[in-house]
Design a protein around this ligand. Sequence first.
Ligand SMILES: [Zn+2]
Length: 182
Amino acid sequence: MPRLHDILALENLPDRWLSGDDKCDCTYQRIGSWHNPYIGTTLQVRLCCLWAEIYKEYPEFVQEIPAFWDGNHVAPITAPQPWDSEDMDMPLPIWYRQLAREQGRTVADIRAEYSQKQYLRPRKVSPGSGRDSRQPSQREVRLAQLDELEKTGWRREDRIALWEKEDALKRERERHDRAKSR
Ligand SMILES: [Zn+2]
């Protein structure tokens, strides 16, 4: 039987923040969370909102770039891409922010309108047509990375040599594991 003060405490707990809960208009929502069962408390910090205040003080340390690099392509993609997950419908916070960018409106404005029009939310795509079925090969990924690595001081031939060494090690390990399991 729970004690009375436990019941009262439960009733007074605030709604716990979650990453992607859309409770602020930040483009990327981030929640810091620290908790410990033996202390019985949780510290939550809405980092995205806190950082937004810090960004105002130090604009010289902030880059807001209207483009996306997916790590597999050297060329930046400047248009928001259509939803292409085979596993889930588009999450509401991402949908609202995509619409805001496409229409040049605020997230709050879009949320107010489109929370009433959820039938328009992009659904998951049919199996075999989503992003997972178009993964680039390891070779394509590495070629794309070479240009960026060069800017951080890597020589192309050194990086390629390192990849070859890593591949050889991996093959060696796989041979070893196969021999062991026989
Ligand atoms: Zn925020």
